[in-house]
Design a protein around this ligand. Sequence first.
Ligand SMILES: Nc1ncnc2c1ncn2[C@@H]1O[C@H](COP(=O)(O)OP(=O)(O)OP(=O)(O)O)[C@@H](O)[C@H]1O
Length: 321
Amino acid sequence: MESAFIELDGVEKVFDVRKKTGFMRREKHEVRAVDGISFTVPRGEMVGYIGPNGAGKSTTIKMLTGILTPSGGRLRVAGIDPSRERTRLARRIGVVFGQRTTLWWDLPLIDSYRLMHRMYRIPDERFAQNLDRCVELLELADLLDVPVRQLSLGQRMRGDIAAALLHDPEVLYLDEPTIGLDVISKAKVRGFLRDLNAESGTTVLLTTHDLTDIEQLCKRVMVIDHGRLMYDGALSGLHEVGESERTLVVDLERELPPIEVESARVVKVEGPRQWLAFPAAESAAPLVARIAAEYPMVDLSVREPDIEAVIAKMYAEKVTS
Ligand SMILES: Nc1ncnc2c1ncn2[C@@H]1O[C@H](COP(=O)(O)OP(=O)(O)OP(=O)(O)O)[C@@H](O)[C@H]1O
């Protein structure tokens, strides 16, 4: 079994675009959508792939599926060069684009699945098993006879996820799988993906603008901007890279002047409650002990930094890992 299931080494994608620069005049210029990206993903891992609009996420996924050919570098998925052997790879990967459906719009959901059964030449027994499992876990039983165009966005998304899994792919690329979904549908999709990864060991690459998806599903996250990898590591490590702060909320017995303590500063006071900011990378325990020793503390809580703020700061500062 290969240890790195997805492998990118210095992968580049350059688009030649013609820009109108005046009447009848067009200038050719290059867009480096992906600018030398290297990473590996071992089998069974669930990784977040995030970045601002136009960062190069979709272009990377399109290269991983073989839709686009890299302009440079080396790329392998399950040992296969995607753009050279796209059909062979298609049997081993599943793709869900949140903003587009792979289902047949006018057909009942079940008919799309039957078409995929034939297209992917899925053995009958395996198809039946996978369909049963998806119908149960994604709660599709009442929807199978409904034409896709009549489904709500959340229902359609669950239908699309099932469609991507009928042929037992070893890797699933998800591009914005929770976009536009309500809170309950999001929770259902996330729960399903978590179970899928834990039980079937499916490798998942998840692109999303909703950082809660990442927080709830991925231990590892890669941040891309301007076609370059800016961060690759644990989600918790992003706080340190972003030099963010955590907040200690302290309830005192009574209103007192701002607490004075080493390695933290008071950022807000409201009656007997005070908010102290301290470096996210440091443990709260010694700080709490110091405050408890000198002040009449009755309660406390620690607030984690807002991950969205950390990432926004990273983009702004162009921090490289
Ligand atoms: N076919 C194409 N021709 C020319 N430029 C392209 C093409 N596809 C993408 N680009 C450009 O490449 C860059 C990266 O685009 P890409 O769609 O990969 O970004 P993204 O991170 O997926 O963004 P979003 O979050 O908005 O989907 C952008 O500047 C985009 O305009």
